[in-house]
Design a protein. Sequence first.
Length: 123
Amino acid sequence: MKEVQLGVIEARYADMIWEHEPVTSSELVKMTAVAFGWKRTTAHNVLRRLIEKGLFRNDNGTVTSVICREEFYSLQSRKYVEDTFEGSLPAFIAAFTKNASLTAQEAAEIHRMINEAREEADE
């Protein structure tokens, strides 16, 4: 997937779609009116931009994702680590934890993820 940049509002709208999909464009218009105070044209214009970016599709008024939320944010995170920390995950973690400690639960979850990644690499 090509690099996709989302503004804050686009990201909130994308999250709304992922949370409710499949969702009709009419339902999206109603939800964005409540959540963002948007008119119908604004909801459709931002949806069109998200479709052009390759995140969603609109089939006869039903909006579904082309890429799931987790995959999108995973790609965004990986790109951030590559651009900011020269691809070094340890450098990213060191910067992330520099002024904040991890809880025991967070540390255990990170250990679990590392072990899973090792097992997958060994297969």
